[in-house]
Design a protein around this ligand. Structure first.
Ligand code: SF4
Length: 469
């Protein structure tokens, strides 16, 4: 199924008038849906469902509808659609806000509550009951000495389709299908913990990114998709992958579909002129023997790459380039863990604190190991364990007070420490609102209230037991 008559994996590049037409045409070019889906198959479609936002943070539902329809036409017995969302959000919350469960049913499939959040209300809060449900619905899988919890519904499905909305990504340049596979496991299982020993070496070698890359490839290898769709018909460029002030929606009019994830990602990278940037995920997958990224080993059909001239503005690579009003960003050495969480926090601040920061001058944001001293002695945000630990003896920690007789030193209390390795972004937002006070940051407080209302408050304890939070 994966290879053509030439023995090479096939990848179709489709340009068309609508995303729906593109995806259907692409499937036809690859031989039709019956090449991938057999009658009576149980199909799992891994789409993007990260936040209670619309497309393109999440998957384009026109494309999802077209894929579901194609699977139904092939005679699939059951079609599930699912994804683990961003930390702190449940599938039930997002489904309720977006009206997803009934909508996906109307498309001819079933939304899979991989986190069992649709059952929390019925289960009560008995710990053993919740753990029993968790164990019954997940399969423990060991790869590379790491344990992963994979939903049974995915493991038991006959076919897996990766339906990935391509957006720019702060660590891996673009969110491609290898990264899409990673959210088949719960968020707590996706997290990387950096050893505090030998922190200089860890930062220099970016052990966080190495570990994350390895884990993504582990999870990808658990169940490889039979059909891979990289939807870049519309792509969020600039400050993606979520919708921030500096995010821009670009229309490329192109969807890429293939029979092998690695090849489909490589063709996508080539089209975006990003394949010379040594994509770490692809390289790691090749090293594990999961496929080839040599374009000569791929049969490309449909449009010619050279005829499509697509330039995409990537995420900034330096945090200092995120220009937040009245905030001076001072960086020491940091790894990809702090970079990614600070990237999201700074973009959230830029998006949701425009008016707040207009009236609070001279704020500093210190990140990484041994950052420079801040701009002044007021409103200093110290982000992450490395910054907190390495600035313990810095000058800004003390303030000199001139009395009539002498100069006195006292502890500077105008400092907000945000611990974490890396930090939890939404906890940081909460701490920032508490530090400045709701009256000083009304727009950020409104954002926080909105996010908090999304949390499944009543069943918060269950979420912890389930390890969603
Ligand atoms: S605190 Fe941040 S920079 Fe330091 S090791 Fe942890 S994630 Fe990396």
């Amino acid at each position: 199924m994966e290879a053509s008559n030439s023995g090479k994996p096939r990848v179709a590049i489709i340009k068309g008038s609508t995303p729906r037409d593109c995806v259907l045409k692409g499937i036809d070019l690859l031989g039709g849906i019956s090449k991938f889906i057999d009658e009576e198959d149980q199909v799992f479609i891994k789409f993007n469902l990260f936040l209670p936002n619309g497309f393109p943070t999440n998957t384009n539902f026109d494309v999802l509808g077209a894929v579901i329809q194609a699977c139904n036409n092939a005679g699939a017995k059951k079609i599930y659609v699912g994804c683990f969302p961003y930390k702190g959000f449940t599938i039930k919350t997002i489904s309720d806000i977006l009206g997803l469960e009934s909508y996906i049913k109307s498309l001819g499939a079933e939304l899979s509550f991989l986190d069992n959040s649709n059952r929390f209300g019925k289960m009560g809060s008995k710990e053993d009951q919740i753990i029993a449900v968790k164990n019954a619905t997940m399969v423990e899988t060991e790869i590379n000495n790491q344990t992963y919890m994979v939903p049974r519904v995915i493991v038991n499905s006959d076919k897996l389709i990766s339906l990935n909305q391509v957006n720019v990504h702060p660590i891996f340049k673009c969110r491609l299908s290898l990264l899409n596979s990673y959210s088949i496991i719960p968020f707590y299982n996706q997290e990387v913990r950096v050893s505090k020993k030998d922190i200089d070496n860890n930062l220099r070698d970016d052990k966080y990114k190495q570990e994350l890359t390895s884990k993504i490839i582990d999870v990808f290898s658990i169940k490889k998709p039979n059909l891979v769709i990289n939807d870049l018909y519309y792509i969020l460029e600039g400050a993606g992958p979520f919708i921030y002030k500096d995010s821009k929606l670009k229309k490329t009019g192109v969807i890429i579909i293939g029979t092998n994830a690695l090849s489909t990602d490589e063709v996508t990278l080539s089209l975006l002129k990003l394949n010379d940037l040594n994509n770490e995920l692809s390289i790691a997958a090749v090293a594990r023997g999961l496929g080839s990224i040599d374009l000569f080993d791929i049969e490309i059909i449909g449009e010619n790459i050279n005829d499509l001239n697509i330039d995409v503005e990537l995420c900034v690579s330096k945090l200092e380039d995120i220009n937040v009003k009245n905030l001076f960003i001072k960086t020491g050495q940091y790894c990809s863990g702090c970079y990614e969480s600070a990237y999201h926090l700074l973009n959230l601040m830029k998006t949701n604190m425009v008016k707040d920061l207009k009236y609070i001058s001279k704020n500093s944001f210190l990140i990484g190991n041994k950052p420079p001293e801040p701009q002044g002695l007021k409103n200093i945000i110290v982000f992450g364990d490395c910054a907190i630990n390495s600035t313990k003896n810095y000058d800004f920690r003390k303030q000199s007070i001139q009395t009539k007789k002498k100069v006195k030193e006292k502890v500077n209390k105008s400092i907000l420490e945000l611990p974490g390795c890396p930090c939890n972004v939404f906890q940081c937002v909460e701490a920032i609102v508490n530090y400045y006070g709701k009256a000083e940051v009304p727009t950020l407080n409104l954002f926080l209230k909105t996010v908090k209302s999304y949390y499944f408050k009543k069943f918060r304890k269950n979420l912890y037991l389930w390890e969603v939070l």
